[in-house]
Ligand binder design. Structure first.
Ligand code: CU
Ligand code: CU
Length: 314
């Protein structure tokens, strides 16, 4: 493809960094972030079925990257030598040159670049190597959260936080024509069919949890590659919704927020009662194949959930 050819040879060789650095604080700082493209099997359902995925750091989704508005991200991408394909990174939180920073690198290569995180919010990151739809469908996506410098009345400090990323599974991930046709077999949250839904899948062992009255903040990314999301909490109402996660974009009392492929939003949820909500895409042909996440509200909610590393429940 012409697009791909124009990107060839633009990988920058540099040394690999080993640690994915995540930090936050009031002072602007430099944050080291390293991601490694790995072509490895990952689990796609609660029975343990695997597919040969293309990943960042071996997991689908990739690691949560979290910085604060004003920070500088010093980023390193490594394409593992044992991989068969070129890979790249596309951070929606960055304003750079698509032909340079976002250009693919070959197996065995490493590249580095940096960018200032100028806009607060929740942003998609993904591989942009050709065929981009295939690289996303095989699992090369994640979220970068750029926290605002401070909380406010319209963007209060949450009690718990969860990351949900919608994406599509295909019956044959080697079949680029199938992926380009959009004929997915399942739409899922966080890479796995009904991962947090023991109601519809007895093999599901996990749910999201919170206490009644707690402010639960959901960082949502629609990785696509093709389906829109009609993001809705069944038996709940989004207290506030922030398109792109920017606190300035506050919307109140939303039932459903449409989040297109490549877009993201932050949404606040409070349950006044014990029980549960089912977070879905209300495009039901998608939800009923796998995009349902149950959140259980109970006074006994595990204190470790929705905090620290447990904002993305693996
Ligand atoms: Cu890739
Ligand atoms: Cu993108």
């Amino acid at each position: 493809m012409r697009w791909n050819q124009s990107l060839k040879g633009m990988g920058i060789a540099a040394c690999a960094a080993a640690v994915l650095g995540l930090a936050s604080g009031a002072e602007a700082k430099t944050v080291q972030v390293s991601l490694t493209a790995k072509e490895v099997p990952t689990v796609i359902d609660n029975k343990g079925t695997t597919q040969l995925s293309w990943t960042f750091n071996g997991t689908v989704p990739g690691p949560v990257v979290r910085v604060t508005e004003g920070d500088t991200v010093e980023f390193t991408l490594t394409n593992e030598k044992s991989n068969k394909n070129s890979h790249s990174i596309d951070f929606h939180a960055a304003r750079v040159n698509v032909l340079d920073e976002f250009a693919p690198i070959k197996p065995g290569e490493t590249k580095k670049f940096s960018f200032p995180a100028t806009k607060p919010g929740v942003f998609y990151y993904h591989c942009g190597a050709s065929n981009m739809a295939q690289h996303i469908a095989r699992g090369m996506f994640g979220v970068i959260i750029v926290d605002p410098k401070k909380f406010s009345k319209d963007y209060p400090k949450p009690d718990r936080e969860y990351v949900l990323i919608q994406s599509e599974l295909y019956s044959n991930v080697d079949d680029v024509d199938l992926i380009m046709s959009g004929k997915w077999s399942n739409v899922v949250f966080n890479g796995t069919v009904l991962k947090y839904d023991p109601v519809h899948d007895p093999n599901a062992t996990k749910t999201l949890v919170a206490k009644p009255g707690e402010l639960v903040r959901v960082f949502f990314v629609n990785a696509g590659p093709h389906e829109f999301s009609a993001f809705h909490p069944i038996a709940g109402i989004w207290e506030r919704a922030y398109p792109s996660g920017n606190p300035a974009n506050v919307m109140w009392g939303m039932q459903t927020l449409v989040v297109g492929p490549g877009d993201a939003a932050t949404l606040d949820l409070i349950s006044p009662v014990p029980g549960g909500n089912a977070i879905v895409t209300h495009s039901l042909k998608a939800a009923l194949t796998g995009a349902i996440a149950v959140i259980v509200f109970s006074d006994e909610a595990d204190e470790s959930m929705g905090r620290g590393d447990n904002i993305l429940v693996r």
